[in-house]
Design a protein around this ligand. Structure first.
Ligand SMILES: CC(C)(COP(=O)(O)OP(=O)(O)OC[C@H]1O[C@@H](n2cnc3c(N)ncnc32)[C@H](O)[C@@H]1OP(=O)(O)O)[C@@H](O)C(=O)NCCC(=O)NCCS
Length: 249
């Protein structure tokens, strides 16, 4: 894979299949720092451990497309709210990262300096309609009720995915109640944020995409007022085909 570049205002999104298995697990674990390995071990289920390992090792290898740093020399740590950031090499910490897992893939968003959040969501099921009062503000609830019943699950999924991406970009996740802010988003026009705590809603830019069956939302808070450029790279094959892990069979 050739070297990739980011510049202010550019966001790269990567969709990578989760591909950890018994054959590559040991080699993948060698890419983790000691802290990352203890986080890996702290997950109760094998599935959760594999998802975390696939995500972290894919991210480190992705980052090595952007800078001449070995995958195992990156250290990515979460703050007390869970927001991940680059800790080593420290001078590259201006690269901001967003992560989301769903449907057997991990999605990453990479920017320079701008706060970024990403979320991918599977299709909502019929009983997810019970989440509407938790996800939606009063204003959105009115729009939801005015939506054709057949379109309501997609309405909900869009709002959920956008709200997850936004609150991750803020670094707070579910600590911010989702019914306290809203998105105005009709007929594919620009997606606008209404949040009483945001004094500069205009700095935010949002995108929604379909990735197969998944819905993907991106939230970027631009440091300077400028349009953003987004490129999506979807890997359909295991990462090992692009960048073998050193020492792997
Ligand atoms: C962020 C959050 C919404 C993610 O939820 P999710 O839908 O289950 O999971 P996703 O796969 O979409 O996202 C997971 C990724 O979000 C990122 N993330 C977690 N917390 C984050 C935060 N506060 N800000 C930004 N990103 C965050 C992580 O990188 C994580 O991936 P990783 O574990 O592989 O590093 C949720 O974990 C959260 O709200 N966390 C903060 C609040 C909290 O800790 N609540 C726990 C009890 S109230």
């Amino acid at each position: 894979m050739e070297r990739r570049f980011l510049y202010p205002g550019k966001t790269d999104i990567w969709i990578v299949p989760d591909d950890v298995n018994d054959e590559n697990r040991e080699a993948r674990l060698r890419l983790l720092s000691e802290r990352e390995r203890s986080r890996y071990a702290s997950y109760q289920s094998r599935e959760a451990r594999s998802r975390y390992l696939a995500g972290r090792t894919a991210l480190k290898r992705l980052l090595s497309f952007y800078a001449e740093v070995r995958p195992d020399d990156w250290s990515i740590e979460a703050d007390c709210y869970g927001q991940p950031s680059i800790k080593q090499p420290e001078w590259l910490s201006f690269i901001k990262i967003g992560i989301s897992h769903a449907g057997g893939v991990t999605a990453f968003a990479l920017t320079i300096d701008d706060a970024v959040g990403i979320d991918v969501s599977d299709r909502f099921k019929e009983n997810d309609v019970s989440l509407a009062p938790v996800i939606l503000s009063e204003h959105e609830m009115a729009a939801y009720r005015a939506t054709l019943p057949a379109d309501r699950l997609e309405f909900l999924r869009d709002r959920w995915t956008l709200k997850e991406a936004y609150t991750k970009a803020l670094g707070k996740g579910h600590w911010i109640a989702f019914d306290t802010f809203a998105f105005d988003h009709a007929n594919h026009s620009a997606i606008r944020l209404q949040h009483a705590l945001e004094i500069q809603p205009i700095r935010w830019q949002f995108r929604l995409f379909n990735v197969g069956e998944l819905r993907l939302a991106l939230a970027v808070a631009a440091r300077a007022p400028r349009p953003i450029t987004v490129e999506i790279f979807e890997l359909s094959v295991a990462f090992d085909a692009f960048m073998p892990v050193p020492g792997a069979a």
